[in-house]
Design a protein around this ligand. Structure first.
Ligand code: PEP
Ligand code: MN
Length: 347
């Protein structure tokens, strides 16, 4: 990883470095942080001669060879000062953010989504979620509808809230980014889809204000696998990455998945990326959601993504069983903000 003396290399300096690394079959990936850019060497970078030649350039401060397997996500990386800002609001670095909205937008009932959007705004959320394309266990279940993207963007315009939605392939990714989605969700089923992670990293580097909410896969083992999945996205050019524990394979009777908000302090010890916990998919029942929100916040989460519906019983997808009402959401926001303040004591 090349750290220049100035905050960014000039085009001529970058070209000079590319000319050198090309001789060693190494590509340079530019990662634009808010304050400075860093230049990752992609390929086998263990060439002493290469290091010497780059370190010899008078505009280069140093070449970092971070020993961690995830060089870019590592806590001690230069990107730790990078601010992830969505709709003018920084996520993490002391700023607690709540994202809420429907699991699934019902294209037959756009009015309900607009009502939910207005209600979550009123409850005090920072961002709005709404599922357009849905990963479903069975092909017979409702798969989402591209028409819902228009509904989501209309709600963004009406409420002024930044929006989050899941994408599962390159076509959806392109449509979502071009429509103005602020945060792309990579869901639990696709968090190990390295092809998609590369496409997202590559696509969003041309849209520097777009962020990625990367869920922990149901099938991931140790947390290193989640950080490594984030490494794919950053190494393809986008450092706006949010890590999202959402429960792993179910082990407790009664919970939809195995709650894993307790992974938060471990993630925060290893990586600079903010952690946004999803309590809804973790326990899978609206009744349990407020307590998981408190626990996740006490564990040091930088925010929450919560399924919320103005009338859960009329919802589709996960909403009838998982979505909390806007009133409950309002209390969650009030109480977690208090817990977040207390939890700061241990930072
Ligand atoms: C969702 O957010 O509605 C969803 C399907 O999430 P996950 O990928 O965590 O199951
Ligand atoms: Mn859902």
């Amino acid at each position: 990883m090349i750290i220049p003396k100035a905050n960014r290399l000039t085009d001529e300096q970058l070209q000079e470095i590319i000319n050198i690394t090309r001789e060693f079959n190494i590509n340079i990936q530019v990662i634009r942080g808010t304050n400075r850019s860093i230049y990752a060497m992609i390929g086998d970078e263990r060439h002493e001669l290469l290091f010497n030649r780059i370190e010899g350039l008078d505009y280069v401060d140093r070449v970092d060879t971070i020993q961690s397997p995830y060089k870019l996500m590592d806590k001690d990386n230069e990107l730790k000062a990078h601010q992830i800002k969505i709709g003018g609001k920084t996520i993490g670095q002391g700023n607690f953010r709540v994202i809420a909205g429907q699991c699934t937008i019902d294209p037959a009932n756009p009015g309900l989504f607009h009502e939910t959007a207005a209600a979550v705004k009123e409850a005090g959320v920072d961002m709005l979620r709404g599922g357009v394309w849905k990963p479903r266990t069975l092909p017979h279940s409702f798969q989402g509808d591209p028409k819902s993207l228009d509904i989501l963007i209309e709600a963004k315009q009406k409420t002024g809230l930044p929006v989050v939605t899941e994408v599962m392939d390159a076509d959806q990714l392109k449509l979502a980014v071009e429509a103005g989605v602020d945060i792309l969700q990579v869901g639990a089923r696709n968090a190990l889809n390295y092809g998609l992670l590369k496409q997202i990293g590559d696509m969003v580097q041309h849209h520097p204000n777009v962020a990625v909410l990367l869920k922990r896969s149901i099938h991931m083992g140790k947390m290193d696998e989640l950080i490594a999945a984030g490494e794919y996205i950053v190494s393809y050019g986008n450092p706006n990455i949010l890590l999202c524990p959402r429960g792993t394979l179910p082990t407790m009777d009664g919970y939809r998945n195995h709650p894993d908000e307790s992974i938060t302090p471990l993630l925060k010890e290893k990586t600079w990326a903010p952690v946004i916990v999803d309590p809804s998919h973790s326990v899978g029942k609206a009744l349990y959601v407020p307590r998981v929100c408190l626990a996740a916040t006490a564990y040091g989460a930088d925010g929450l993504i919560i399924e919320c519906h103005i009338q859960p019983k009329q919802g589709i997808g996960d909403d009838p069983k998982q979505a909390v009402t806007p009133d409950v959401l309002k209390d969650i926001i009030k109480n977690t903000r208090e817990v977040h303040k207390t939890a700061q004591y241990y930072n």
